[in-house]
Design a protein around this ligand. Structure first.
Ligand code: G6P
Length: 499
């Protein structure tokens, strides 16, 4: 099998469930406004789309009565990377609200999310949701094709083929349709897919009744990227066992439909320098004199929050010397609040925090400070910087960027300690962190104790290595490796060399 067919690539078309900003309607003026999303992926990818005069296809975060209503330009005060993304380069995908709900809350978040995180008991399998996933993916494919037609006209025949980059579990069917339609219309393009969550082993994946269609959809691409090698191997395995594809595990190649698809581990990073700058300038927000053990997560059952609180409770029980000296600061960002599982988790967390605080609180101290809400980037950087320990203990996680953001912000000397779960992609590569199995509550309590009592020189040594790795492998490095793996010339050794 030979997949070494690199050639120059033109503009970048990004396709993701969410646009890199959300639209909100001003209550007074009734005008639409853009609200920037501060994520690292957007920071890295948006400038490449803008420079290459490409497009971004996605859902605007709001259902519009009139789908032709114009998307506004960004506010002049907007300094985020998406500010340069002009409205004529944004393709908003619209769907009937009930269809979209069934696709997003149903199939994406009630089926693929738990299944791909190896929690099949939480997954529901519904033909109706699958039908709507199909419909919405078709819509995304059609909108992408329209963008591809525009780019091809705008750039002319001498430019390299546009690169279409499809993201995540929401859009696993779209690529194959984009490829087929592009071939029919004689439009050149290269297709890449990146999955931001784990890809499960065959024994889990096979539970999905329409798993063959999912694989065929992804194999429409020239290259499929995952965070770590394990997920790549799972995918290759599933292609072989479900579709009977010929595969090459050593070179990570899958043959399908007369083509060879590359499969690559591309671990995502964060905008490291931006977090360092934020940590340098952010004012202090924690006034507590106790040591802070920090957790920052979307409120999601994959994050192991209940296990974490129980481990902290066990720490206070087994090591009473930490009482009144240590506080767990847990920030839980509301997420997917329309899904029952998430509503139930909120209830469970509220009760658990109440019970543990009721058990240990003294007149001058409460063991847990619990924030259910969003915090600003400045506050977040200050929390990361001033925490003694970060607890990143998901039950399963594609990568987990909190672990990386924490180490970037550890600019104080001596630094704090990172505890990470081996079941997160980050746990596979951040070897100098303390590794903690979140399922083993007693052992997890001992790991927290070890972190709180670790000598300064050991903390420093571990953190130096962790920071060095994340600085080099930042989000720009991730994006460049993706483009390089696609044989793109958009970036060449850090230089922009667009035609
Ligand atoms: C995960 C997914 C992203 C998603 C994010 C937030 O990180 O990989 O694609 O955007 O969760 O979830 P939401 O459902 O709010 O988009």
């Amino acid at each position: 099998m030979d997949a070494d067919n690199a050639e120059a690539t033109g503009s970048l078309i990004v396709v993701s469930n969410r646009l890199p900003f959300v639209l909100k309607r001003d209550e007074k003026t009734k005008q639409l406004q853009r609200k920037a999303s501060p994520g690292g992926l957007v920071t890295a990818v948006a400038p490449v789309v803008v420079r290459g005069k490409g497009y971004w296809v996605g859902w605007p975060g709001i259902h519009l009565e009139d789908p032709n209503e114009a998307i506004p330009e960004s506010d002049p005060s907007d300094r985020t990377p998406t500010a340069g993304l002009l409205s004529d380069k944004v393709v908003a995908v619209h769907a009937d609200p009930a269809v979209f709900d069934s696709y997003y809350n149903g199939c994406c978040n009630n089926t693929f999310w738990p299944l791909f995180h190896s929690m099949p008991d939480r997954a529901s399998f519904s033909a109706e949701h699958w039908k709507n996933y199909y419909t919405v993916n078709k819509e995304f494919a059609q909108k992408t094709l329209a963008a591809l037609e525009k780019v091809s006209k705008e750039q002319g025949p001498d430019a390299g083929p546009p690169l279409v980059w499809v993201h995540d579990y929401h859009l696993m069917l779209a690529s194959n349709w984009i490829r087929q339609s592009a071939e029919e219309l004689n439009l050149r393009c290269k297709l890449g897919f990146f999955l931001h969550i784990p890809f499960p082993p065959w024994d889990i994946f096979r539970l999905f009744p329409w798993s063959d269609e999912v694989l065929q959809g992804m194999l429409g691409c020239d290259m499929v990227g995952f965070h770590i090698e394990d997920y790549c191997l799972n995918f290759v395995d599933c292609c072989q066992r479900r579709l009977g594809c010929r595969v090459d595990r050593k070179n990570m190649l899958v043959e399908h439909g007369g083509r060879t698809v590359r499969v690559r581990p591309l671990p995502i990073g964060i905008p490291f320098d931006r977090f360092v700058q934020l940590a340098q300038s952010a004012p202090k927000v924690i006034s507590s004199s106790t040591k802070i053990v920090l957790g920052v997560d979307r409120l999601d059952y994959t994050k192991g929050l209940v296990h974490r609180l129980k481990a902290f409770e066990m720490l206070l029980e087994k090591h009473p010397e930490h009482r009144e000296k240590v506080t767990l600061l847990q920030i839980s960002v509301p997420s997917r609040t329309d899904v029952k599982e998430y509503q139930e988790l909120k209830e469970e967390m509220d009760q658990l925090v109440g019970r543990i605080n009721g058990r240990f609180t003294t007149p001058n101290w409460s063991p847990i400070r619990y924030i259910y809400g969003c915090v600003s980037q400045d506050e977040l950087a200050a929390f990361y910087r001033d925490a003694a320990v970060a607890l990143v203990t998901p039950l399963r996680d594609g990568m987990n960027l909190v672990a990386k953001e924490f180490v970037a912000c550890q600019i104080n000397e001596p630094p704090g300690v990172l505890i990470v779960s081996p079941f997160a992609g980050a746990g596979e590569m951040m070897h100098e962190a303390l590794i903690c199995n979140p399922y083993e509550i007693g052992a997890a309590a001992e790991v927290i104790h070890r972190a709180l009592t670790m000598p300064e020189d050991e903390r420093q040594l571990r953190m130096n290595y962790l920071r060095r790795r994340e600085k080099i492998n930042d989000v720009n490095c991730w994006m460049k490796s993706f483009l390089k793996a696609m044989g793109s010339l958009i970036y060449e050794d850090g230089e922009e060399t667009l035609p």
